[in-house]
Design a binder for this molecule. Sequence first.
Ligand code: ZN
Length: 462
Amino acid sequence: MKQRSIVTYTLAGIIGFGSSFAYIGDASASKLSDLQNEQNEIVNKRSNVNESIEKKNNQINKLESEKSGLELQVEKLERDITATNDKIGQKEKQIADTKAEIEKLKAEIEELKLKIEKRDELLKERARNIQQNGGSVNYIDVFLGSESFGDFIDRFSAVSTIVSADREIMEEQQRDKDKLEENKIKVEQKLADLNNMLKELEELKAGLDSQKAQKAEAVKQLEAEKQHAETEKLSLEEEERILSAQNAAIQEAIKAENARIEQERKEREAAEAAAAAAAAKQAEQAQQSQQAPQSRPSAGGSKGAPAAPKKQYSPPSNSGPSVGAPPVSSGMFTRPAAGSFSSGYGPRSGGFHYGLDIAAGGTVPIVAAADGIVIRSEFSSSYGEVIYITHRINGQTYTTVYAHMRKGSRTVGSGQAVKKGQVIGSMGNTGQSFGQHLHFEIHVGGWNGAKSNAVNPRQYIN
Ligand SMILES: [Zn+2]
């Protein structure tokens, strides 16, 4: 037997199921006690497995409550992000408003600057005129220069008007300057406010980014924990399935063995009664022919009695007429179907082929490769109509897989015990299959998605 380490699959080696489960054949007196020992072993193992199932259930519950906690955290983060986004929106609007205000102020300042420049020009012109007139308004000069008093009044009025206008212009200029200064301070304050708002906004954005990163990490962790819990759950379910199937099977085997023993007892009693009757008749005949010269030696007891016919126990046959089924071999596994080996185990285009393909036309029966218990009988998108059987041979667990079976042809269900060579269905083309064939896998240990326990079936079929 090929030795292989089985560490990848939790189910491997859990089930202690002696090869004497194959109870058909020689009927030894120790058979029943062997079966009972095995049942005790299964009961102990079930108790251990149930204990670890309980532990794993607790673990799953704990993980689920942690998951709920994380989901609440994620919801809170999402609310915070929404709130922060609202704040950012508000700040952006305020910044836009302030910028518009600054633009308006800048325009006003420009306008004022232009006015002041114009008034500067005007004042300079007045200053030039006053300088040309001698630096001050001389009323005598104005009077003496007048052609008439009327002319003087006109001249005087013009001078005072000019002076008054100068004063007004200067006052107005001063007010404009004050306004400009005021506006400048306002603009500077607005700019400072704007900078503060920008800073606040940047801080908010940084906080938001950090929260987003935190959320992403929480979601990632949540997803990993969830997947881990689901994987464990699947393993537990598989364990439970195999254990209950094997428990049912061993109980059936004990029942069958008890029935066989009872039948044997009845046959033995009948044979003993027949032997006793024959002995009595013989004794009677011997007494009657005592006078005869030719005396036969006495048979004495049941020594000369005809032996009780040893009845061969026949297996419960639910295989039906298996026309075309290959002959059942005496090796570890028998060939599961007749036909040609169309594709072997090993690398092939597009990946690795973990099984052996056997192809044939027409209605081709598929048989169990060895005694065992059906652990799955189902339809899957890849395997199509498929049956998984677990076997216990010489202290080692094996799993065989029969894929792409004909639709509606599966004759055995999960938990059912099957015999080597028993028909379990017929060859088909279901699932990911192109042309009628049987895809047959052997795993040393349990089956797993990675198919890490798969071996070349050709080396096991004999
Ligand atoms: Zn295949």
